[in-house]
Design a protein around this ligand. Sequence first.
Ligand code: SUO
Ligand code: CP
Length: 317
Amino acid sequence: MNYISIKDINSLSKWVKQAIKIKKNPLKNQSLGKNKTLGMLFFNPSLRTRLSTQKAAMNLGMNVMVMNFTNEGWTLEFEDGAVMNSGASEHIKEAAEVVSQYCDIIAIRAFAGLVDKEKDYQETVISGFLKYATVPIVNMESAIRHPLQSLADAITMEEFKPRHKDKPKVVLSWAPHPKALPQAVANSFVEMMQLQKEMEFVITHPKGYELSPEITKDCKIEYDQNKAFENADFVYVKNWSNFNDYGKVTNSDPNWTVTAEKMALTNNGKFMHCLPVRRNVIVSDEVLDGENSIVIEQANNRTYSAQLVLQKILKKI
Ligand SMILES: NCCC[C@H](NC(=O)CCC(=O)O)C(=O)O
Ligand SMILES: NC(=O)OP(=O)(O)O
């Protein structure tokens, strides 16, 4: 079993319930991972994913090895048949198979390059590991997906959803950012929301910032952010760079920053963000520090999302 996308989950509601159960007693399965090794490979920076996944593995009694490829690993080649006479030192064929000798599960973080859309949307790095590794693979944010995040988001929404409402309203809102960021978090949030039967879902972003139609399918898009926020129970905020004009920042309109005035349009809505977040660019201090901000609980739930995934894989190996 691999965990590459939220679609690897057979029943989201069951998984969310199981994760909430783990949260109540996280050390219950401390012998499940005994003498098993998790290898965590990072091609990009991380705070939450690195520590929460490591913590999850420790809760299961696993050993953990972390390797940072940004400055420690050999540069890898992913193309079959490449003549490796410049740049990359090692082919993914050997690298993935070698890491598989030392690890029982391999977790990988490899962001989108945001230069070559086709390469990114083919998931070159994680697909290379899937092809050549001989052990299960866990996605810690690939070019186009962040399924450990969206599982933690689902857990958090289950904990905070208003109990009196049949169909809570959830809004995914784009917000400005100075740098070009991947679409992965937004893509996975959308894919997770498509599995939520009991929630109303709206995406809001400036015109031209549409995510891949293969991801959003028939999701409702509302270009008026204020209108989208009306009566919302959860506002999930994230910047992503342009998918059409690929990887470009074509809009940095501060009117899209989430402020207390905008949150006042909601149904006492909760503010969510995967973090790290740029204060007073994505969201005002007032909202982020306010009592409806649930970003810290979201980050806390990353441990239980990772622990559930590792637990399920460990039971199969
Ligand atoms: N893993 C959570 C988000 C990671 C990444 N954010 C960032 O790179 C933000 C960096 C900055 O604000 O400089 C993203 O959007 O995919
Ligand atoms: N939310 C998240 O994945 O954070 P890190 O990038 O710090 O791991």
